[in-house]
Design a binder for this molecule. Sequence first.
Ligand code: ZN
Length: 390
Amino acid sequence: MNRSGQPRLRRLLPDAVLVDASTLVRGQALVVDGGRVVGLDDPIHPEVERFPGELWCAAPVMAHAHLESFDAPAATWPRTGFAAWAEALVEWRRGPRRDDAESADATLDLLGRGGCGLVLAHVGGELGSESAAAAGRGRPELICLRELFQPDPELAEAALAEARGAPVALHSPFGVSSDLARRAFAAGGLISIHLGEHPEERQFLATGAGPLADLFRRRDRPVARQRWDSPVDWLEDVGGARRGTLAVHCGDLGAAELTRLHVAEVGLVWCPGTHRWFQRPPPAFLDADGPLPALGCDSLASNETLDPMREFRLAHAALPAAGAQAWWRAATETGARLLGREELGHLRPGADCRCLRFRPGRSLASAAEACSLLSAVPPLRPLGPAGLPA
Ligand SMILES: [Zn+2]
């Protein structure tokens, strides 16, 4: 028995199990031992637990989020330019608002209700990675990276020292000095960075001018003297074009730039809700030579809600030619793999059985049909947070 009074070994029989984006199993029980998938078994076993009418699948993974800004009044902020939006965000964060720890709690609760199984968050502000909201029942597992924003090269060492050895994220190519980025990437490990998000970033790097550079100068922040034609040139220059780097957004990168990231084994993460919120043109992911990006949801400062199933649906709606199955793989296994958690994002033997349960109310014949159903509108809602039924 486990702590909730359930036997360690369980045989669970929903109508259908979407084992992964390519495999749908019907009429076989999922055998789980201590929360880990052991395999599939004949449903006639006397101890089988039945869940009629249900479709089960692995919980999606959000490979990019922030825990702050849950209460951001973003509906009133400009969306057509990044610098104007960033200025509104900075001004709001300087005023009275809910404490960052409460914002983190609310963020994780909302993601949990949406069925998120694992989330990677950049944390900043008052929120230390060690003190970020605790995981709890109904909440996703959390990987925290302390986000560094320090464009002054003279303060690179101090910024890294402040992180006290905790895993870090870098804000962006414009938000950190190349010296700071070089040191962070040289230290190895998983490093996430917003990259190739919008044309203002490209303009800033290539010319040191434009709305973002104007904002920096108004706020007395240094603008690097060195120039890079592409955000990918910048990443290569600072040693970040390597496995373990997560490039987040990438919606302003062309196919050749994306392919360079793929070749360097940089992990790509896209936030379809934020892309849509800023009304950006379609990204070039399908024209590049490489896999689809993992998905993220960013924060409520630039998204309407935090809902992993919605991010999956929006990705499919924005770039339907990839197909619902490919986007389901991106929303689950790709994110888990990029975060170093290959036991998540699927229900094959060895998987940590973090299930989402749906009641589609009809029979499903194939994985393609199940993925299409999950990507359809009106949306199916998960019956509860990710996990096994009590
Ligand atoms: Zn972000």
